[in-house]
Design a protein around this ligand. Structure first.
Ligand code: C5P
Length: 300
């Protein structure tokens, strides 16, 4: 996450993420699933602008950089995670302050790239600063966990982390060199809830574990990182959106060290040898039937 100030206005650029590894361990009594995942922050940013207001309410305006998508096609009601985060912060602290928030969306929605969660984390941090609340990190993390399973990862603002529990228990891990990817998302997205509902949990031990994936990730060669990439949500997502299967097949035959789906999809990615390689692969995919295609590197 990157911050700057223009007078009283606070501007926050907040990143997307990729899941390099995602294992679902089991279904829980609260309806969620326990999982183990390796998340990497990537340099594709939504931008949020927070301006203090005289009134005590919080307003939100969205703009999309995607051609044909207007601000009004993004949900601006209480289901929007930015407003949910702002109200959670107000309820928790009793703050009488207000804010006018502008959001510029560049992270594709329903993609498994964590855009909504990243916006929520930016809102918690942004309003904590704008409203001079000085909430300690532990309280912000408790609010983050109540908003969604990925919000804590973005609140940490780390390049990579192993996340457990619902995904909210985050342990940052070091990344030695920047990683380069090409990310592609089919025209249609996927609902995380529906993907989890359609998941059949595989309890066989033929699959690699988080520890094995992590030792490949830490070994650092791209071939090993590629071999360590697996996502248990891939089968239900392929079933719900046949473009995911096509896209993965094409990415896996693109001479990259490995390809996988991110989160619950529908975005998929290939790890590339260099920024130049990522640009070349992205060029081959652009203009085909995919909705969004972009080369990107790891970073906050
Ligand atoms: O936590 P988040 O709001 O992102 O989750 C959206 C939905 O995905 C949840 O309502 C739940 O159905 C499902 N989910 C799950 N297990 C997780 C994370 C999400 O079943 N660990």
């Amino acid at each position: 996450m990157r911050w700057s100030r223009q007078g009283e206005t606070l501007i926050v650029h907040t990143p997307a993420k990729l899941n390099l590894f995602l294992r679902v361990l089991g279904r829980r009594d609260d309806g969620y699933h326990d999982l183990e995942t390796l998340m990497v922050s990537i340099r594709r940013y939504d931008t949020l602008q927070f301006e203090p207001t005289v009134e005590s309410d919080v307003s939100l305006v969205c703009h999309s950089t995607k051609p044909g998508v207007t601000g009004s096609s993004l949900p601006l009601d209480q289901s929007n995670l930015v407003l949910k985060a702002a109200h959670a912060l107000k309820d928790h602290t009793g703050s009488p302050r207000g804010a006018a928030i502008q959001l510029v969306k560049r992270i594709p929605s329903e993609a498994g790239l964590g855009g909504g969660s990243s916006d929520a984390a930016a809102t918690l941090l942004g309003l904590n600063e704008l409203w001079e609340l000085n909430l300690p990190s532990a309280e912000l993390h408790a609010l983050a966990a109540s908003l969604g399973s990925d919000v804590n990862f973005f609140l940490h603002s780390c390049v990579a982390a192993v996340c457990r529990g619902r995904g909210e228990r985050t342990n940052p891990v070091p990344v030695r060199h920047p990683l380069h990817f090409v990310v592609a998302k089919p025209q249609t997205g996927l609902s995380t809830g529906r993907v989890f509902q359609n998941l059949l949990i595989d309890e066989s031990d033929s699959r690699i574990s988080l520890d094995q994936s992590m030792s490949r990730f830490c070994a650092g060669t791209l071939a090993q990182i590629g071999q360590g990439m697996e996502n248990d949500l891939e089968p239900p997502s392929r079933e719900l959106n046949e473009d995911v299967a096509d896209l993965l097949e094409q990415l896996r035959s693109s001479e990259s060290p490995g390809a996988a789906m991110s989160g619950s999809g529908s975005a998929c990615f290939a790890v590339c040898h260099s920024a130049r390689h990522a640009q070349a692969v992205a060029k081959r995919f652009t203009g085909r039937r995919w909705g969004d295609v972009f080369p990107v590197s790891s970073g906050i």
